[in-house]
Design a protein around this ligand. Sequence first.
Ligand code: ZN
Length: 178
Amino acid sequence: MSAGKSPVGADIVDLAELLAHAYAIEVEAAERYRVLGDQMEVHNNPELAGLFRELAGHEEKHAAEIKARALKTGMAELKPSEFKWPGTEGPELAALDDAHYQMTPWHALQMALAAETRAFEFFNSIVESTAELDIRKWAGEFREEEAEHVALVEGLLEKYPEPEAGWSEDDDPPNMQE
Ligand code: ZN
């Protein structure tokens, strides 16, 4: 740990700001699962397409719940640069640029796992570093939800193991066509 740099969680000053971050995480997660669902549809995996859409619905429900909580506390209106993510991007933002045209279920699930883990760690850092009891309580609830998402994706990965080496060489890449 570098000295002098405060932990991310300690920078969240009130519930309105916590909710703004949680809301951004859920909205991004929902969008990601919609994209992954479409990808799996393209790859003729209706089961996983359905699962990702279910997850998207789940995240949308969480986003709505956060909005409901914000009726009491308010929600901070933050510009993108004002969010207190550890990096520059939101914790659940998966690199959708990585979406390979031949992305397998395993690849899609790896992206989901990485994003859910980052979200878990974000709330965890708040729980572990904030001195505010109410912030710690709510961040703990969000952390719990993310832990469930991580476990869910890990469960799916047992069903969709890593493809064997060379999986991407089976078909002609698009730049070889025409
Ligand atoms: Zn999540």
